[in-house]
Ligand binder design. Structure first.
Ligand SMILES: NC(=O)c1ccc[n+]([C@@H]2O[C@H](COP(=O)([O-])OP(=O)(O)OC[C@H]3O[C@@H](n4cnc5c(N)ncnc54)[C@H](O)[C@@H]3O)[C@@H](O)[C@H]2O)c1
Ligand SMILES: [Zn+2]
Length: 368
């Protein structure tokens, strides 16, 4: 089992994504790309460190002149500038220079944080992504968006910095908790909804094989999601236009994430945000009643939430959408579905529509 893709970042420029089942081919690919005879710093969180750091360190022993491991406490609440500062110090004390390399081993939190440190340390050094969550394998490890949260503001400080290589050892997904796996599925479903109706239908029809993490099905799903994301980011690497489509479900999703005080996972909030955005699309006549309810209910077999607790306050969540940074001249660039498999950017979505989208999440139990 092995697949690869190439992401173009310019004329004769780009990076490979390798999908493998172990770490054993990594050093050969690194050699091919000229990543050898360097100091290498594996950046990882406290959970993944115990699971995979040692294996990764062994796997790169023949290409690295010295491998260091920087470990930070797992969790979104540590994706911040304090952790980045610790990492800068770690690299400085060990005399990392511009030719050296950072390897992000872990989920989206690790990739975003290590990528941001790589973008800024000495004005930029190379980094490799080794994603180990479904979310990071299908979404966050490609496209070069890096960054950290600032207080309650998600991804407020960041930089575009492309990885030099993305290497996935898909066997690492076996140790992922059911809830973390589900969280990744939200971004996968998003890819189908915004770009590919046939893929969306495939997901609906294969929920049981996907949840069982059947190897060939997972390989297909990850590859297809990566292709969709790649096609979008290749055309619009810095989000001047269509890349914003990938934010489907994220305006309300990020607001819910903040509102929940990070109790809900990113993907769980994306699921709720996607349902609210689909509801607004339905209210505008873009989706039929059946289509809206099918979208809403398809999150259930993937163990994702489709409702908010009854005490949730729509007005407060609406307020939090205003602090989302995806605003342009004071207007939210909202992503709606034109139909299943086709998303559009819309700057005319009103507060009332957003409130109704959120209310629908709270009331939907009573509506059934
Ligand atoms: N840069 C982008 O384009 C982009 C896109 C989407 C999401 N994101 C970001 O990604 C983050 C969410 O990523 P995530 O869901 O991967 O979170 P995460 O990195 O926090 O990982 C989730 C949890 O799973 C653990 N874990 C990781 N790999 C494991 C494995 N193989 N086995 C067992 N446990 C494992 C981690 O230690 C962590 O506790 C958010 O901060 C979000 O903003 C970024
Ligand atoms: Zn996301």
């Amino acid at each position: 089992m092995s697949e690869h893709l190439f992401v173009k970042t310019g004329e004769n420029k780009g990076y490979f994504i390798f999908l493998e089942n172990s770490f054993s081919s990594l050093s050969a690919y690194m050699k091919e790309q000229g990543f050898c005879d360097k100091k290498m710093c594996i950046v990882t969180d406290s959970v993944v460190n115990g699971l995979y750091s040692a294996d990764l360190k062994d796997a790169i022993a023949d290409v690295s002149i010295r491998t260091d491991i920087f470990v930070f406490e797992a969790g979104e609440e540590h994706k911040n500038l304090d952790t980045v500062k610790d990492l800068y110090r770690f690299l400085t004390e060990r005399k990392y220079d511009r030719k050296d390399l950072i390897i992000a081993l872990g989920g989206g939190v690790t990739g975003d944080l290590a990528g941001f440190a790589a973008a800024t340390y000495l004005r930029g050094i190379s980094f490799i992504q080794v994603p180990t969550t479904l979310l990071s394998c299908t979404d966050s490890s490609i496209g070069g968006k890096t960054g950290v949260d600032l207080d309650d503001y998600k991804n407020m400080v960041g930089a575009f910095h492309m990885p030099s290589l993305v290497y996935m050892n898909l066997s690492t997904l076996k140790t992922l908790s059911a809830r973390q796996f589900a969280s990744g599925m939200a971004e996968v479903i998003k890819h189908g909804l915004i770009k590919d109706e046939a893929y969306y239908s495939y997901l609906v029809n294969h929920f049981s094989e996907i949840n069982d993490r059947e190897e060939d099905v997972l390989l297909y799903v990850i590859k297809r999601s990566l292709e969709i994301k790649r096609d979008v980011v290749e055309k619009d690497p810095t989000e001047q236009g269509d890349r914003a489509l990938l934010n489907f479900g994220h305006t309300i999703g990020h607001a819910i994430e903040k509102y929940s005080g990070l109790k809900l996972f990113h993907g769980e909030c994306v699921a709720l945000g996607s349902i609210a955005a689909a509801y607004i699309s339905y209210q505008r006549g873009n989706l039929s009643t059946e289509e809206f309810y099918e979208i809403r209910d398809m999150f259930l077999p993937f163990f994702l939430p489709i409702t908010l607790e009854s005490e949730a306050e729509p007005e407060e969540i609406l307020k939090l959408t205003k602090s989302d940074k995806k605003m342009q001249s004071g207007k939210i660039r909202f992503i709606l579905l034109k139909k299943v498999g086709k998303a559009v950017i819309d700057t005319t979505v009103t507060d009332e529509e957003i409130l109704n989208g959120i209310r629908q999440l709270i009331l939907s139990d009573e509506w059934d």
